[in-house]
Write a protein that binds this ligand. Structure first.
Ligand code: 9MJ
Length: 676
């Protein structure tokens, strides 16, 4: 009895953890744990459920494939479910899978088709009468998101197929970002100060699941088709291998490394080849897939628990290496956070030399019991910053040192504190040079003051030359000072000065964000700019006044008050004022929506508009005092219907909300603008 209660509790814990990580992975596209760690949790749950089948519930994460679709896209029902794959982690797992399939097929021989397993986003593409009709995500396997518009932007997705193709059919494949595209995308995001994608899979998923397909279009996505889902009206080949060749002849992109194997040992050989050569693949592969070749055998084998018995994902081992942790270094960030990182004896891991790894905070270091001098296992996944998996405790000599966060800032020597409820230690000196430089870098980024031509390198050079000590000093730079820097000629100097001058008129929200107040990101900056007319008004607001604003809690309010209390920060604001930087709202920003022609009118957009992007349409609505909503509710005034509308159109019908065509919407905006 006790044992069952224990198993039940463990199962519940695992389910809660897996549900949380599913949400991070599938909905937020921002996982916190590695795929291997996730697989381990899932495996443990599966084992426990196999031992205690009476504890399996329909809502257990083992009972479904992915995450439910997001309604905003519109839902596509999959006539045949999209399955996920069971995993094999060793030759024994693979052989056991093969033995079971052979037994179920009464010992009849079958070939196996192998290909690298891509870590991307599974999609289904349906073609009707020669044209791409719908493209959908896997979703929960039965219902996916309608992302047709987005998939159309991928060059390797055929929009039409030759007339020899079946009149109606569906292909399945994996959308992915090649390694080169992933690297480029993250470099661009870093420049723009945007959060980086953790891995190509998340970048691909984040790119495909954009409500604005023009964003998808700018991402270098690609696709490999790996199966025929179903076909009607025409006979298709009866083996998986021939189907793949047939799909290729219809114009679909199939993996060039697909192989036909006759025995399980050949499959093992294929696996070994790619474990050794995976670095040379232009995309991230986390394993290989083996599939039973005859379709009739696949049908006989069927599925269990959403996983086909006729296919298996044979995972590659994680790319790991062993080295020595020489020391733990500390970077001081813009908000004064002390960010520890591992300094490693250089080691080659999967073809790349690693000499540093991420160590998130003191707690994390202690949780993993990582000590300075330890032999450690390091792991890298794709282009992601490598991390330390664990120390090799058996290799300890007794000389290793437990890491302690310094009590003084390593850059300026000021006191270090660890605010309650936070994981990070912080330097308390707002004038700390490291913070100062990071703050300047933040000040010039796109989302902040957007000073084109003043990037990280120039900030660093100006700071090191002593020409700027804080962001406001940028506005006092002279042509001569800039010409004195290396690689700065007349033309670039005048461009830099022009951009700096041009940034003096940014909207209030940008300046609030640019100041780099702890916990005040761009969204809170917008919120504050809506509530206050000027920086001065914000600076003089009390903790109570700030807490009065919905969604501003005591932590943020306290941080704002503390920021403006600092003498140094007040001085920066005065310097900005003296330089002519606008520190209050413009008249146009000031006008209350009530006075504007579309005040109180809420629009919801569905589908794609021809003459505007979604952002442009929403911006025009907002300038005229209207609101742009994301959900159709009773409060919605109009639903604007573009091409390929989603489920919002049906909802509008249900709630009796008036719809507008793009032309009608355009007309309404023009009329409203005429009266403003
Ligand atoms: C990937 N991810 O590359 C399948 N996959 O087949 C390949 N996934 C699959 N096949 C059936 N190559 C379900 C999933």
């Amino acid at each position: 009895m006790e044992e069952i209660a224990e198993a039940k509790q463990k199962i519940e814990e695992l389910r809660a953890a897996i549900n949380y990580h599913n949400y991070r992975y599938y909905v937020l596209d921002s996982p916190e744990i590695s795929d291997d760690e996730y697989d381990e949790l899932m495996l443990e749950l599966k084992h426990l459920e196999a031992e205690h089948p009476e504890l399996i519930t329909p809502d257990s994460p083992t009972q479904r494939v992915g995450a439910p679709p997001i309604e905003a896209f519109g839902v596509v029902e999959h006539p045949q479910p999209l399955l996920s794959l069971a995993n094999a982690f060793s030759y024994e797992d693979l052989a056991a899978w093969h033995k079971r399939a052979s037994k179920l097929l009464a010992g009849r021989h079958f070939d196996l088709v192998c290909e690298p397993k891509i870590d991307g986003l599974a999609v289904a593409l349906a073609y009707v009468d020669g044209l791409l009709a719908t493209g959908a995500t896997r979703g929960d396997g039965y219902r996916g998101e309608n992302i047709t518009q987005n998939l159309r932007t991928i060059r390797s997705v055929p929009l039409s197929v030759p007339k020899e193709a079946p009149p109606r059919f569906e292909v399945r494949g994996e959308v992915y970002l090649p390694k080169s595209g992933f690297k480029r995308l993250n470099e661009e995001r870093a420049k723009e100060g945007l959060p980086l994608f953790a891995n190509p899979r998340n970048a691909a998923a984040g790119s495909v699941r954009q409500l604005d397909s023009s964003i998808t279009a700018r991402r270098p996505l690609d696709i490999f088709i790996y199966a025929l889902g179903w076909a009607e009206g025409k006979a298709v080949p009866d083996t998986h291998w021939e189907i793949m060749q047939y799909l290729k002849s219809l114009g679909f992109k199939i993996n060039p490394d697909i192989a036909l194997c006759h025995t399980i040992d050949e499959v093992e050989g294929y696996h070994r080849t790619w474990v050794e050569n995976r670095e040379n693949l232009p995309y991230e592969a986390d394993g290989m897939v083996a599939k039973v070749n005859p379709i009739a055998f696949q049908e006989e084998l069927g599925t269990v628990a959403h996983e086909p018995r006729w296919a298996i994902a044979y995972k590659f081992p994680a790319i790991q290496g062993t080295t020595r942790l020489v020391n733990i270094g500390i970077n001081v960030g813009r908000t004064g956070s002390l960010n520890p990182y591992a300094i490693l004896e250089p080691v080659r891991v999967g073809g790349v030399v690693i000499s540093q790894a991420a160590l998130h905070n003191e707690e994390d270091i202690h949780r993993k019991d990582i000590r300075i001098g330890d032999t450690v296992i390091v792991q890298r996944a794709g282009e992601v910053i490598p991390e330390i998996v664990s120390p090799v405790v058996s290799r300890r000599t007794g000389e290793e040192k437990v890491f302690l966060m310094p009590s003084r800032c390593p850059v300026c020597g000021s006191e270090v504190i660890k605010p309650q409820g936070e994981a990070m230690h912080r330097c308390t000196n707002a004038a700390c040079p490291s913070q100062a430089l990071e703050r300047i870098k933040h000040f010039v980024t796109r989302g902040a003051m957007d000073i084109d031509g003043v990037g990280e390198k120039l900030c660093q050079a100006l700071f090191q030359a002593g020409l700027i000590k804080e962001a406001a000093d940028l506005y006092y730079l002279t042509k001569e000072q800039l010409l004195g820097l290396e690689r700065m000629a007349d033309k670039s100097v005048s461009n830099v000065l022009k951009s700096i001058e041009g940034s003096k008129n940014r909207p209030l929200a940008r300046i609030i964000f640019a100041l780099g107040i702890l916990h005040v990101g761009d969204e809170y900056a917008e919120l504050l700019a809506e509530q206050f007319h000027s920086i001065d008004q914000l600076a003089n607001a009390s903790q109570e006044e700030l807490s009065f604003i919905a969604s501003i809690g005591p932590k943020i309010a306290g941080s704002i008050v503390a920021f403006f209390r600092q003498e140094g920060n007040r001085r920066i604001i005065e310097k900005l004022r003296q330089a002519g930087v606008k520190l209050e709202k413009e008249r146009a920003e000031e006008v209350k929506p009530e006075g504007l022609p579309l005040a109180g009118v809420e629009f919801v957009l569905t589908g794609t508009l021809e003459s505007f992007t979604r952002q442009e349409a929403e911006a025009r609505v907002k300038t005229l005092g209207g609101k742009a909503g994301s959900d159709v509710t009773k409060k919605t005034s109009y639903v604007v219907v573009g091409a390929d509308p989603g489920s919002k159109l049906a909802k509008a019908g249900k709630l009796g909300i008036k719809t507008l065509s793009e032309a009608e919407f355009f007309e309404l905006l023009n009329q409203a603008a005429g009266t403003s």
